[in-house]
Design a protein around this ligand. Structure first.
Ligand code: SAH
Ligand code: SF4
Length: 371
């Protein structure tokens, strides 16, 4: 994004990927005396039709001076994709950022629509013991532009509009909330990617203060997911260091205060690990913990990591765990195929970084207007 002067105005060069259409209009007004008409045309051309050369946009043909100035001042480049990897119907892709950091995203075709899972950080500093991304540590936060770029790349790869965006890739979104909030504003902007807030989900490992800050941003109908993964503080603190700072009691308070609309519920992810958190007594304890909350539970048998002592439970144990929850009146789903459990598909990103050789730069997928 362009730098800001002392009055808070965005100065060129501006980054289209981090501006809402209204913000772009305000910037065009300040710098060139133009406004909403041109902002909408640019926004449409880039986000819907993949055009990056603004001089070719019909609405700018009558304003060649503006077109040239925008060509100079408005950035709209996507990071190159350096790897793509198909896995059981999913498509993972790796973007190489300007400083060489690489982040993964996942494109998940569902029966009727396409979901993209985006990363919010390069690596993650929460250090959850069962998670591949956790082993990387945090390299840095992503900018809003770098987050939005993943959705734009996904749309180009999919060749169709993206319906759902989930912040379940690398990183902890509430540890980078300012950029995540800005990215949400951009990807939900009705003039661009237009992903409705009710189709956007932010997943957190449980930063209770971050949940409160997210609630205060008042995104109507934005979905919240919590990676709970344990029935009590002892187990949770052993698996997820974040729990030593934000206990399950403080987490529940923050979840209870998160505004839900209509029939919506908070999505609770519970990764089942054999002999650690998968006993029927744990299911009972989990049900009691969740009783005051409106939730849907997603049971995800662990995806084992190489060299890790953790294993998934046997299928019949998953079933016994589920049956206890159902008996307690909890709405619960088991993971089916990869595409049905977005969390399982997005979880543990970071393998491509660790296990592939030197990447070869790939061309970006064709833009819709070129395909
Ligand atoms: N940091 C956020 C966003 C990442 S979401 C969060 O943790 O919620 C990634 C999801 O994948 C989380 O629900 C996490 O619990 C899950 N996950 C991590 N490692 C996993 C593994 N080895 N097997 C299955 N799910 C895993
Ligand atoms: Fe980070 Fe989430 Fe993985 Fe924990 S589960 S290490 S918070 S990405």
């Amino acid at each position: 994004m362009g730098s800001e002067n002392e009055t808070g105005n965005i100065l060129p060069p501006m980054d289209l990927l981090s501006l809402t259409c209204d913000e772009l209009a305000a910037a065009l007004h300040r710098h060139y005396g133009k406004g909403l008409f041109h902002a909408r045309a640019l926004y449409h051309a880039f986000f819907r039709h993949g055009r990056e050369d603004f001089r070719a946009i019909p609405e700018l043909e009558a304003s060649p001076v503006l077109a040239t100035a925008l060509h100079r001042d408005l950035r709209a480049g996507l990071p190159p994709l350096v790897a793509r990897h198909k896995e059981g119907g999913l498509q993972k892709f790796v973007s190489r950022l300007a400083d060489g950091q690489e982040v993964e995203s996942v494109l998940i075709p569902m029966r009727t629509h396409v979901t993209v899972c985006v990363s919010s950080q390069a690596g993650c500093r929460q250090g959850c013991r069962f998670c591949q991304t956790g082993t990387l540590g945090l390299a840095r936060h992503l900018t809003a532009s770098e987050i939005v770029a993943q959705v734009v790349s996904a749309r180009r790869l999919a060749g169709v509009p993206i319906r759902n965006a989930v912040f379940m890739g690398m990183g902890e979104p509430l540890d980078n909330l300012d950029a995540v909030a800005r990215a949400i504003r951009v990807i939900s902007d009705p003039h661009g990617l237009a992903i409705p807030l009710r189709y956007i989900t932010v997943s957190t490992a449980g930063l209770a203060d971050g949940i409160a800050r997210l609630a205060a941003l008042n995104f109507p109908r934005l979905n919240l997911a919590i990676s709970l993964n344990a029935p009590n503080d002892a187990i949770r603190s052993a698996l997820m260091p974040v729990n030593r700072i934000h206990s399950m009691a403080s987490l529940r308070q923050a979840l209870a205060a998160f505004p839900l609309h209509g029939r919506e519920a908070i999505l609770v992810a519970y990764v089942l690990i054999r002999g650690i958190n998968d006993h029927e007594s744990h299911a009972g304890e989990l049900a009691r913990y969740l009783r005051p909350l409106r939730v849907r539970v997603n049971l995800i048998p662990l995806n084992p990591l190489p060299g890790s002592p953790f294993a998934p439970p046997a299928e019949d144990q998953v079933e016994r765990f589920r049956a206890v929850l159902v008996g307690e009146g909890v709405f619960v789903r088991k993971r089916g195929t990869a595409g049905q459990s977005v969390m399982a598909a997005c979880g543990q990103l970071g393998r491509l970084q660790k296990h592939r050789g030197k990447p070869t730069a790939m061309d970006h997928p064709p833009r819709p207007d070129q395909a």
